[in-house]
Every structure is written in structure tokens, then in C-alpha cells.
Design a protein around this ligand. Structure first.
Ligand SMILES: [Zn+2]
Ligand SMILES: [Zn+2]
Length: 305
């Protein structure tokens, strides 16, 4: 996994040339913050999908702990056309679902007096999406014949405003694992076929698509999705949504602005440090979107809704 992480030490030469006396040359080596990612070389997930109904009774580092796998899985299983010789995959070579379809999104988040965060809406995104069902004339269709449409669904979550880490983590079922601040669902990183959904399924430019429940949802922290929610300038990423145990999910930058990978996070794909939470800095657990599997959640660290 290290092959796509590059660190270039910065060498800054400070020379004073205005004095007649020769000043010593001061060499300062600064650690360079690795704020960008090479999306042409991303690691495949898939072998690290753990399934409780197949006997795996606890989560593991770098993995997604699924509750089970549906019997009627569908989707694309062939990623060979965007697989590199070194075994990584190239996000820029994977076709996207083209289009610019606008939706009337409804989305509201409020805090009540009983310590709850109330999230309501219609599950439609407040940005445009690609055209679904995938157009049979498009390149995307040659790989993924996703026949599903996008429909509105009632969103009604009552989540703890200050969630706590549970004694035992929980496995992740299919369906929504969280809700994005764009108004649509965040799904975990596996397809119903049991492979790495982001690396195999054909998504639109926001990293989303729809499924057999006609629900638009995200599998990948596409730059367009990140920028739509909050343009990152420096430091820790901004909040991008809430997972269904109430903990926040942030973009892929750590406190120094550096890109995080799953190896930097725990078995549920999160960590604990002070983050901006309802307007205050609070030392609490939170998840991160990353560019590698499992992308957003490995297990529920709190108690899911
Ligand atoms: Zn999906
Ligand atoms: Zn963090």
C-alpha cells in the first residue's frame, strides 16, 4: 500500500547575499504535508470483507465487518480495464455515469432538548447526478448495466447528539450506513457481490449511484462531492455527514492537512481527537472518508440507529 505514498523532503536554502561577510548557509528540512492523492494508483479492497454470517464474529483493522451478504447480488465484477500492472486501480480510467440530472432535495438537521440530533429529508441529493438507469448507449453501460432509478425516500433519523463508543462494535448491514450533508445516503464499501464497490461499480462524478431500492448513495469520496460540501483549505477536513450511530464522518485530511489512509485509522475506520462538533472543538471519536477500502466505515463504533 505504500507504493502510492510519496514524501519529498523540502529543502529550503536561506542565503544572505547582501552582506559583505559571508553568512552561513542555513538548511532547514521541513516535513512536507502530503495533501494530495494519486487517484491513478489506488489499492483494491475486497479480500478484507469480513462477514458475520460466515463466522467472523469481530471487526478487524483495514477491513469491513459486514453482517451478511445478500443472495441476489448484482453489479460489475470486472475491473480489468482500469487495473494497473502493479495491481492498483486507476480512478481516472474507470468510466463514469455521465449526465447532469437535478433533484429537489429536502434535508434538515436539528438538535432537540433531549440530546438527540433529528435528521429528516427525502434522500435526494442537493447536487446533480448522472443519468440512471445507465444509458445503454454510454460507455458506462458496457461495464455496469445498473437498471435502477433514483427515487425519493423518507429520511427520519434520531441520533445521539453526543454519541458514545459502545462496549462492543457492531457489524454493518446493507443499506444506508450514514447520511451525507448533501442529503443522500452513505453506503459502506462493499457491493452486493462482495467486492470493493468503489473500484468496480460505475459511479457518477460525485462518487454515487443507485441500487435495487432506488436509493442514490455514495461509495467514494469523489473530489466533486468533497468540494460540494466544503472546499478544503488546510488542516482537518470538514464534516461530510453522520453515520447511523451518530458519530460524524469527515473528509480525508487529518489535523495537519495530510491525506489519511485506512492504516491510519482503527478497525471501525475512525479515531479520536478534538474536532469541530456543533460549533465547538470536542475531543471525540469520528470516522473519516479515505481513498482506500473500506472508504468510510469498518464497523459501528457506537450504537447504530
Ligand atoms: Zn452502491
Ligand atoms: Zn480526524
Amino acid at each position: 500500500m505504500q507504493t502510492f505514498r510519496f514524501f519529498f523532503p523540502a529543502i529550503i536554502l536561506l542565503t544572505a547575499i547582501s552582506c559583505e561577510e559571508e553568512e552561513p548557509i542555513i538548511v532547514i528540512e521541513e516535513p512536507v504535508v502530503n495533501e494530495t492523492v494519486d487517484i491513478t494508483h489506488l489499492p483494491f479492497g475486497g479480500p478484507n470483507i469480513l462477514i458475520r454470517t460466515e463466522g467472523v464474529m469481530q471487526p478487524d483493522f483495514l477491513s469491513l465487518w459486514l453482517c451478511g451478504l445478500p443472495e441476489d447480488g448484482a453489479g460489475n465484477a470486472d475491473a480489468v480495464d482500469w487495473t494497473n500492472e502493479d495491481g492498483t486501480w486507476d480512478y481516472t480510467r474507470k468510466p463514469q455515469v455521465e449526465g447532469d440530472v437535478a433533484w429537489l432535495s429536502e434535508f434538515d438537521i436539528s438538535l432537540d432538548d433531549d440530546g438527540n440530533r433529528i435528521i429528516t429529508g427525502n434522500a435526494l441529493p442537493n447536487h446533480t447526478t448522472g443519468i440512471f438507469p445507465i444509458d445503454p448507449a454510454s460507455l458506462a453501460y458496457q461495464y455496469d448495466r445498473n437498471p435502477n432509478i433514483i427515487e425519493a425516500h423518507e429520511v427520519s433519523y434520531i441520533l445521539p447528539a453526543m454519541p458514545e463508543v459502545a462496549t462492543n462494535s457492531s457489524c454493518v448491514p446493507f443499506g444506508p450506513s450514514g447520511i451525507s450533508l448533501s442529503g443522500s445516503a452513505i453506503y459502506h464499501g462493499a457491493s452486493t457481490l462482495g467486492n470493493d464497490a468503489a473500484a468496480h461499480e460505475i459511479l457518477d462524478r460525485f462518487g454515487g449511484h443507485t441500487d435495487g431500492t432506488q436509493t442514490y448513495h455514495y461509495h467514494f469520496p469523489a473530489q466533486d462531492l468533497q468540494d460540494h460540501i466544503h472546499t478544503h483549505e488546510s488542516g482537518h477536513s470538514a464534516l461530510m455527514g453522520y453515520m447511523l450511530d451518530g458519530f460524524g464522518i469527515y473528509g480525508p485530511h487529518d489535523e495537519d492537512g495530510e491525506i489519511l489512509w485506512s492504516e491510519d485509522l482503527d478497525e471501525c475506520h475512525g479515531h479520536t481527537h478534538p474536532v469541530l462538533w456543533d460549533g465547538e472543538m470536542v475531543d471525540m471519536y469520528h470516522y473519516h472518508w479515505t481513498y482506500d477500502f473500506p472508504y468510510n466505515i469498518g464497523c459501528f463504533k457506537g450504537t447504530p440507529n
